[in-house]
Structures are given as C-alpha cells and as structure tokens.
Design a protein around this ligand. Sequence first.
Ligand SMILES: [Zn+2]
Length: 252
Amino acid sequence: MTTGTVPDPLPDWLTSAERVTVLTGAGISTDSGIPDYRGPNGVWTRDPDAEKLVTLSYYVADPDIRRRAWLMRRDLQVGEVRPNAGHRALVELERQGRLRGLLTQNIDGLHQAAGSSPALVLELHGTVHEVECLSCRDRTTMADALARVDAGEADPACRRCGGILKSATISFGQVLDAEVIEAAAVAATDCDVFLAVGTSLTVHPAAGLTDLAAGAGARVVVVNAEPTPYDALADLVVREPIGTALPRLVAR
Ligand SMILES: [Zn+2]
C-alpha cells in the first residue's frame, strides 16, 4: 500500500485498467461550494435541528418541518453550482472507454452536469433535482415544486393524489432503492479498479461496495483527505486535493 501523493509514473495496473468503477462522496463536491453536511463544519453539526428536516418521521408528522424543508431546498438552489475538475476527470475516464460505473453518494447531480452519461451514474442517495410523492411515488421536477413554493404554497401536495411531496433523496429512516443498490453491487464486483473518491467509507452502502470490489479481486484506490477504514486494504491511498489528484490518476 502506498499512501500520500499520486505516484509518478502511475502503476501499470492503473493505467492498463479497462473497467474502473468509481464511488464518489461529498468530498468531490466541496470544491463546487456544496457543504459536507456531516463533516466537522457541516450544516448538521452546527445546527442539530436541521437534521429533522431530512428525517422521514419528522417530515411526515409535522407540516412545519415540511414548510421549513421547502425553504431549505429553495435556498440550496440559489447561487451557481458548477461541476469542478474532479467531476470533469471522471468524464475523461468515460471518454477513454474505461468507466464501468459511477456510483455516487451525492444528491447534487453534478456528475451528469459535468457530462457523465446518466446511464452510468447510480445515485445511491437519490437526487435533489426531482421530488417524489410519498403515497403514489409520482415523480416531478424540483423546479416545478419550488415554483409552487414561490407562488405561495408552503407545502405543495401531490397533484395526482394529494399526498406529501419530498425531494427524491434518501432521508434518514428511509430505505435505499433496492434496484440502484443491486446495480451498484454488480458494478463494484465487475471491475479491475475500484476508485473511492471523497468518501469516508464509513456508512452503508459505501463500505459494503468497497468490500465487494476487493473481494472480487479489484485493486482499490482511495482518494480522501482523511483516513478511511479501507486504507489498509487499498493498493493506493492519495491524500492530495481531489481536483488536482483525479485528473492525474485517470491519465494514460
Ligand atoms: Zn401522489
């Protein structure tokens, strides 16, 4: 195991890898100005009450929590959020024909915004760009729901059935999408290199996916500012900033 900077030259097993499965977490989006909610300076760490806005039981039970959640979603749309060099490096990996799958814990849609094929991106925790009815599962756009909030609806209801609408993200207390998790497991099992970027690899399903990849014989690369529980089994651990490390790691 090598820890530290991107090796120069890169190891042959990395440059010759034909099927790379990538797992990304909050760390790849912080350069785009999106806060890491659970980090030391995260929103939830500074304001524990904010966690109620993304906890299913509170959300369903309390109209005031829903009203505040819609305001939070509206605030999150303000300001230009653009993909960064880390996202673009993964588009380059796809252009090389080597991207087996792009699994992300992020809900910001920045991989698709950067140009990654939607068919290759698996959003483990859902997306903030859509809303879903908790009763009939009808999906509409976040933009449409926020337009209703702006027009005066504090808590817009499902137009089809009147049910409660929520961003199409996985809240605390909500189960992950089984089809997405299954597809992610297949991509983790079916790769030469498993590249984990900007994730602490401590929560489900990120940790389990790394186990699957390693168990299936993939080389494991970890790019993260902080140590992870998987550093010891990784073939390469990089602590450099993602925006400069990733473009070099995917170079051929
Ligand atoms: Zn509905």
